[in-house]
Design a protein around this ligand. Structure first.
Ligand code: ZN
Length: 388
């Protein structure tokens, strides 16, 4: 069978009515029994699209696996698709927004009260958040719902709507710079003692965030207690299930605190600066450092870079990624001399030229300067889109 979602769904549709999918014994009054193929018993209880989208996912997974094996796909190796167990994965499914013959969308928002989403087969579902902004955008023709994904996390069902929206209003976008205009780059150094330090190439510090929440570290005692509570309960018991949900809620809360903070900071940066320079950090490598892994994971740098890129994209700004071999913390931002032997513990950068400044500020200024250099003579691959 070819590896496309289309072929998979056809294969599945042919299979679901056969004896392999479901059969019953039928006995007539004379006592003779025969097998009757009834097909998959629950196929009508679930929206047809659930099967279709699962087939699309399988097709994508197979193609990714093949391309990774043959070297057509860059990045880390992709494994063969795994079976999705009800018990061991996040239960989720996706529905596309199809339209009825009369042109009515199957997924509607706010039809049954302001906090509701209407789904095919399932019907209207009450949701936690107000949908007003989305409803207004849809009514004005500024947004279109493409699909909806429902996932069960930490004891609750979450709905995420994928929408196609028009560009941001020009008032919210950065003014367009003409091609020849250089400068204006702001270096953003991500660190552990200060979450970030932003500076321009002339040495001025424009932003510094030191009061970042460390939800994982703060919640560690509670996490240990909840995890212990799970292992103490008998396997398969109701109490164990409750304890598992409690632990999952805790992890979810940590995730939310981190996400909220990252969104706040990335919004602030992309609103005030249109040209940002960040370093391509080898986060996977740094996480292998046992002493720092927890702090680095807690900081969420990779997610932060991702947010900066897409938000700057919405606003028409630029994010430049400097390769990970650029020694941003080892160079003197005043005279450009390189100091080897600066350790993580040295918070103050000192140079033979007499410069004495904060380590993170020095790195941020170096990044801004580097951004301006790359902007003047762009080398291929400098504007990398790789996560980091
Ligand atoms: Zn110097």
């Amino acid at each position: 069978m070819p590896w496309t979602g289309f072929d998979h769904i056809n294969g599945f549709n042919a299979w679901k009515k056969t004896e392999q999918a479901g059969r019953v014994f039928a006995v007539d009054s004379s006592g003779s029994a025969s097998l009757v193929a009834v097909g998959l018993g629950w196929r009508n209880q679930v929206c047809q699209q659930v099967f279709e989208e699962a087939a699309v996912n399988l097709g994508r997974g197979l193609v990714a696996w093949r391309d990774s094996r043959t070297g057509k796909r860059a990045g880390p190796r992709v494994g063969f698709p795994k079976f999705k167990l009800k018990s061991s994965t996040v239960p989720s499914f996706r529905l596309r927004n199809k339209h009825s013959p009369r042109g009515r969308p199957m997924i509607r928002v706010g039809e049954d009260g302001p906090r509701s989403v209407t789904l095919p087969v399932i019907g209207a579902v009450r949701v936690q958040e107000d949908t007003r902004r989305l409803r207004r955008m849809i009514a004005a023709g500024r947004a279109k719902i493409v699909s909806v994904t429902l996932s069960y996390r930490a004891g609750r069902w979450m709905i995420s709507l994928v929408t196609e929206a028009t560009d941001l209003h020009p008032a919210h976008r950065h003014p367009v710079r003409d091609g020849g205009e250089e400068g204006g780059w702001v270096g953003v150094d991500r660190g552990l003692s200060a979450f970030l330090v932003a500076a321009t190439s002339d040495g001025a510090e424009v932003d510094r965030i030191t009061d970042q929440p460390k939800p994982l570290v703060t919640g560690m005692a509670r996490q240990r207690r909840l995890a212990r509570s799970v292992t103490r309960k008998q396997r398969g018991s109701r109490h164990r299930r409750t304890a598992v949900v409690r632990l999952a809620r805790h992890h979810h809360r940590i995730r939310n605190i981190r996400a909220h903070f990252l969104h706040q900071v990335s919004n602030r940066l992309v609103k005030t600066h249109d040209r940002l320079v960040i370093e391509d950090l080898n986060i996977a490598g740094m996480l292998r450092n046992r002493c720092l892994a927890r702090a680095i994971g807690d900081a969420g740098w990779g997610e932060f870079a991702r947010q900066l890129r897409y938000k700057q994209g919405w606003r028409g700004g630029d994010v430049l990624t400097v390769d990970r071999w650029f020694p941003s913390s080892q160079l003197c931002s005043r005279c450009g001399a390189s100091t080897v032997g600066l350790t993580l513990a040295d918070r103050i950068f000192t140079c033979g030229c007499g410069a004495r400044l904060d380590r993170d500020l020095n790195a941020a200024v170096n990044l801004a300067t580097r951004g301006e250099q790359l902007d003047l003579c762009p080398s291929p691959g400098a504007r990398s889109t790789s996560p980091g």
